[in-house]
Design a binder for this molecule. Structure first.
Ligand SMILES: [Zn+2]
Length: 352
């Protein structure tokens, strides 16, 4: 039975003598309850606001490739670019000035192979960028995406077996090596996004064994097999060349499974638990906020950003209002941190 269902004929009030009506909010003096009073002026609305988004909650996802002097705008993500390690520092400084304290790096390598070897090289785009950022902006929180899909020719997030299956355990070993190379470069947190079983524990173990006990893990714990990743895959050229990712990413139909994944990651040592995407999974964010004892992040993905950008570009929606409403909704659902392509713009809007 739905617990929220109101009985068809509410029983008359037993507790209060003189209570004339069983309907809440209507007294003998016409309307005693007037919620609109607290919405009357902007100052009253601000006083009563239960959710506030602050720039310090926002994480800015950035794409970085090799080379020098690069800043190439991405067709599928208007307003976002692919940077090289040297130009990235200036972009991160721009974000820092707006109040965004954390960035999440995605590498776009030159070469790909079957096992994504390039992902763990110290000369890779992410490793170079982390070193450059830590040199120029030591206070900036640098997070790095840990996965293989941008580095494998087949575009899957792991090692592919003979029958096309993505193999869990050999993938976990490679991911631990990638995470360690990011920690060696100076990353504050590594963020495994592959959805292999046991990877958070394996990464924690590898980091500790390497002496990086202070490097944190932000786990993509509830990452759904979503159609909202489309623009991102075009940006980093990581679309699977065969099949799809449903054998490792979560089924959008499942809610309890997210809690299971999150509890496992927490148990294995994750410092931040993430839900991805954000807007279509607000119920999952709310569940994890209630049940987990550590910060919950939500990734408002490329498709969420692109929907607003595209509609605003046609004059169908007010971009700023729609973007801020989305961020507020994600925070209201329970996200402590929000990864968003709107981070810098939103921080500026919030500061006005
Ligand atoms: Zn991946």
């Amino acid at each position: 039975m739905n617990r929220n269902r109101v009985p068809d004929n509410p029983p008359p009030c037993q507790e209060h003598t003189g209570c004339r009506s069983p309907e809440p909010g209507i007294s003998g003096d016409r309307f005693a309850q007037r919620p609109r009073r607290m919405r009357r002026t902007p100052a009253l609305r601000r006083l009563a606001a239960q959710t506030r988004v602050h720039p310090h909650q926002l994480i800015y996802p950035i794409f970085v490739g090799l080379g020098r002097g690069q800043c190439q705008e991405l067709d599928s993500l208007p307003g976002q670019s692919r940077w090289s390690p040297d130009t990235l520092a200036a972009e991160a400084a721009r974000a820092w000035e707006a109040g965004v304290q954390a960035i999440l790096l995605f590498g776009v390598p030159d070469g790909k192979d079957d096992t994504g070897t390039e992902a763990a090289t110290p000369k890779g785009p992410v490793q170079q960028a982390v070193r450059e950022l830590k040199r120029q902006l030591p206070e900036l929180v640098v997070m790095t995406d840990v996965c293989l899909c941008a580095y494998t020719g087949h575009g899957h997030c792991g090692v592919v077996g003979k029958d096309g299956e993505v193999l869990n355990d050999p993938t976990v070993d490679l991911l631990a090596r990638v995470a360690l190379s990011h920690a060696e470069a100076g990353a504050d947190l590594v963020a495994p996004s592959d959805m292999m079983d046991g990877r958070v524990g394996a990464i924690r173990k590898a980091l500790d064994a390497g002496g990086f006990t202070g490097t944190g893990i932000m786990a993509y714990s509830a990452k759904y097999a979503s159609a909202f990743y489309g623009p991102f895959r075009e940006a980093v050229d990581s679309a699977p060349q065969f099949g799809d990712r449903r054998s490792y990413q979560m089924d959008p139909a499942n809610r309890k499974e997210a809690l299971r994944e999150a509890l496992l990651d927490a148990d294995e040592g994750a410092d931040i638990i993430m839900v991805k995407p954000a807007l279509p999974y607000l119920d999952v964010i709310a569940d994890l906020q209630e049940r987990l004892d550590r910060p919950i992040a939500a990734y408002s993905v490329s498709g969420e950003y692109a929907m607003i950008k595209a509609a605003a570009g046609r004059g169908w929606m007010d971009e700023r209002a729609a973007a801020l409403e989305s961020l507020t909704s994600i925070a209201r659902a329970g996200a402590d941190l929000i990864i968003t392509y709107y981070a810098v713009e939103a921080a500026r809007w919030l500061n006005e």
